[in-house]
Design a protein around this ligand. Structure first.
Ligand SMILES: Nc1nc2c(c(=O)[nH]1)N[C@H]1C(S)=C(S)[C@@H](COP(=O)(O)O)O[C@H]1N2
Ligand SMILES: [Mo]
Length: 308
């Protein structure tokens, strides 16, 4: 992850153009069902994507489908955000299996049919990359807790470890020996069980495209985007804190918790503000990316200034 996160203007397509593109009038009703606390989640289940995410009375428009699917961090394909869509176009996402095991009573391998049995909700979340840009994305998915409850973690399980597919023939970026592949991420079990934590299978009402982490990726909206691991093939319940790919690559820059925090700078840049893709100017970064009401209790007693 470098500092060159300037978004070229051509990435931006207005919502109006997007809606025209998929044949929905731009005057379509905005459906905001449940909005708790400071902002999000907006846990409505509309038939068409919702228009905005509420934030202290301010409306934050959805990032366009074009931008969400053409400006991607996915190092298995490229470190060039605008090349990922093209390079991942033919990545095979079916059949697929996610092996869930470790410290559980009922280990299970989920195929795509199994994943589709969970009831899919829409969740509009901010995504805040550690590089200081952000988007608002209408995800489709289900709480990870539902899947974890099905396998029954034992009392010894303290963390959840996630792994992306390892296949350098299909993911050419994995030939880059700067990183220890496969991509690995982790959460504390209570973080993984929080209702905000999603296993996402779609966005804008459609199945995920390869560049967005198809067929299933994690979404942890109060943490920097790198925690939201794509193309998951393995989920293990473990006792020890997992070492993520980014912790291994640059331990002085990327920690395990990676909670969005405007007061803790990255060693090479400030995290106080962010560039919202599709907008000019910058927005103030919010503590826990605006989800403090939902998750701050998970960290009571922790020194957040050391929590990068
Ligand atoms: N497997 C894998 N997952 C990943 C990444 C990656 O390179 N490989 N990049 C992360 C980073 S840094 C971010 S910001 C988000 C970007 O998600 P998006 O491309 O859908 O916006 O995915 C995260 N998940
Ligand atoms: Mo990121």
């Amino acid at each position: 992850m470098d500092t060159s996160e300037i978004t070229p203007e051509n990435v931006y397509l207005s919502r109006r153009e997007f809606l025209k593109g998929i044949g929905i009038a731009s005057t379509s009703a905005i459906i905001l069902a449940a909005c708790k606390g400071q902002g999000t989640p907006v846990t409505s289940i509309p038939s068409t994507p919702t228009g905005t995410v509420a934030d202290d009375g301010e409306k934050e428009p959805l990032t366009s489908f074009e931008a969400i699917t053409n400006y991607n961090n996915y190092y298995e394909f490229s470190t060039d955000k605008e090349a990922v869509a093209r390079l991942s176009k033919d990545f095979p996402i079916s059949p697929w299996k996610i092996e869930v095991g470790g410290l559980v009573n009922k280990p299970k391998t989920f195929d795509l049919d199994d994943l589709n049995k969970f009831s899919i909700q829409e969740r509009v979340y901010r995504l805040r990359c550690v590089e200081a840009w952000s988007m608002v994305i209408p995800w489709m998915g289900f709480p990870l807790a539902e899947l974890l409850n099905e396998v029954e973690p034992t009392s010894a399980a303290k963390f959840v470890r996630f792994e992306t597919l390892y296949d350098p023939n299909k993911m050419p970026g994995q030939n880059n020996s700067w990183y220890e592949w496969p991509y690995v991420e982790g959460l504390r079990l209570d973080e993984a069980m929080n209702d905000l934590t999603l296993l996402a299978t779609g966005l804008y009402g459609k199945n995920l495209l390869p560049q967005s982490g198809a067929p299933a990726r994690l979404v942890v909206p109060w943490k920097y985007g790198f925690k939201s691991i794509k193309a998951i093939v393995k989920i293990d319940l473990v006792e020890e804190m997992p070492t993520s790919l980014w912790m291994a690559a640059a331990p002085n820059e990327y920690g395990f918790y990676a909670n969005v925090n405007p007061d803790v700078s990255h060693p090479r840049w400030s995290q106080a503000t962010e560039r919202r893709i599709g907008e000019t100017g910058r927005r103030k970064t919010l503590m826990f990316n605006g989800y403090a009401d939902e998750v701050a209790h998970l960290y009571s007693g922790m020194d957040l200034s050391a929590n990068y």
